[in-house]
Design a protein around this ligand. Structure first.
Ligand code: GLV
Ligand code: MN
Ligand code: MN
Length: 409
């Protein structure tokens, strides 16, 4: 166990060095130099424990241990390895590392599965480079349209295809795979909230994941001189956007039922101190455990934004992501709970307020998810921290669960 914990710490520490913001958290954008460094590390680790490595047309990484049954579907374990800007070292990598260490236990104990075991490292879950998010898992499950893949752009106008080619990946490879090739998907993730730490419980077995949607909103006005344009002759895109943004949280508060709404990204153009803003781009992220709450807030958001049209202001609203709330597989949840009990690791049931690749897979295969405590409930920030001993616990549970699911000897 001590050795397992040390291996986990080393993986997490190594991957954390692949950041474009050293000293200020993890910034690992999809298909960046740091993505390439991380993918090389993950692929090396996979090869060292006897896995056959491949990448698909999105650069998702798969490390496969064949099962004794030819063409049988795989039990997949993994998570994503991109990060938010100035995020932490655990959101994503903890789940990839857990997958690697489950496969390492199969390797060390010479366990022969009947169904294949596949460790999966996914791209662009956060959407920090191309918007939206969950791109890797949506690609695998055929939920990413070719148009979305080719039309998305990062802030510098680079498309996913161009960015992939820049780091030597092949976007012409297949992206989607037949759901019949997937028997189950397991994901370990940090909780990203305070519940497990407050309850002093090391494992959360996830029951359900919130529904979420993301909108891009573009407000267009008229640029002009900050000194010479009278106040009553302006169409200031930033003032219009700021008025909208300051009122939007009220939609979620009035909706209640745990509905949340966030504007986390705001770009002002041309962004000059003495230029009246011509254009503003911002995001709206809405989440709730109940789809009707999300739907109602979306409808109000659209009406609200529409009200700002006119007087030289134009508003465009575009949906970037929509995922319904998801309940995870009862069979896998039961297995995870049984294995926690066998390992004498206490657990509780928990719901996820964050989105995860697991929710995308859950429409296509049996999905189970474990959470471990997050220090002070912090995530998506440099302070994000979880104990490697908790990851090691989760690895033990996932190992036993994977042995059952792969019908290993
Ligand atoms: C991912 O972290 C999300 O919940 O947006
Ligand atoms: Mn995240
Ligand atoms: Mn995550």
């Amino acid at each position: 166990m001590e050795q397992l914990k040390e291996r986990i710490e080393k993986h997490i520490e190594t991957i954390a060095t692949y950041t474009s913001t050293p000293g200020n958290g993890t910034t690992r954008l999809t298909y960046s130099k740091e993505d390439l460094q991380t993918r090389n590390y993950i692929k090396e680790q996979m090869k060292a424990i006897g896995l056959t490595v491949s990448e698909d047309g999105l650069g998702n990484i798969f490390g496969k241990l064949d099962g004794s049954m030819p063409d049988a579907p795989s039990v997949m374990i993994g998570s994503h390895f991109d990060s938010v800007p100035n995020g932490g070292a655990y959101d994503g990598p903890a789940g990839v590392v857990a997958g690697l260490e489950v496969a390492n236990l199969f390797y060390q104990h010479n366990v022969k599965p009947s169904y294949p075991l596949e460790i999966v490292a996914l791209v662009e879950e956060e959407g920090s480079r191309f918007g939206g998010g969950l791109m890797g898992s949506r690609g695998i499950t055929g939920q990413l349209s070719e148009a979305e893949f080719s039309d998305s752009m990062d802030k510098d106008g680079i498309s996913p295809k161009e960015a992939m080619q820049e780091i030597g990946l092949d976007p012409s490879l297949p992206k989607a795979r037949d759901p019949k090739t997937m028997k189950a998907f397991l994901e370990l993730h940090i909780e990203q909230g305070p519940i497990l730490e407050e309850k002093n419980i090391p494992i959360g077995v996830v029951e359900s994941i919130v529904g979420l949607t993301q909108y891009d909103i573009t407000v267009k006005g008229q640029a002009g001189h900050a000194g010479t344009t009278p106040m009553d002759r302006r169409s200031d895109a930033l003032i219009a956007a700021a008025k909208m943004i300051s009122k939007l949280p009220d939609l979620a508060i009035t909706e209640g039922n745990g509905t949340v709404l966030t504007t986390g990204k705001l770009n002002v153009y041309p962004n000059g101190a003495n230029v009246i803003p011509e254009k503003v781009f911002f995001t709206v992220d809405i989440r709730s455990g109940k789809e009707e709450n999300i739907q109602h807030v979306i409808q109000q958001l659209k009406e609200y934004v529409e009200d700002y049209q006119g007087n030289g202001i134009e508003v465009d609203i575009e949906e970037k992501l929509y995922v319904q709330p998801k309940a995870l597989s009862e069979t896998v949840r039961t297995l995870l709970k049984e294995q926690s009990e066998h390992q004498n690791i206490s657990y509780c049931s928990i719901n996820s307020g964050a989105g995860h690749d697991a929710m995308v897979f859950s429409d296509f295969t049996d999905v189970g998810m474990l959470f471990i405590p997050s220090k002070a409930g912090l995530s998506h920030c440099p302070e994000e921290w979880s104990d490697a001993a908790d990851i090691a616990n989760a690895v033990e549970i996932l190992y036993q669960t994977a042995k059952k699911l792969t019908k290993a000897e």
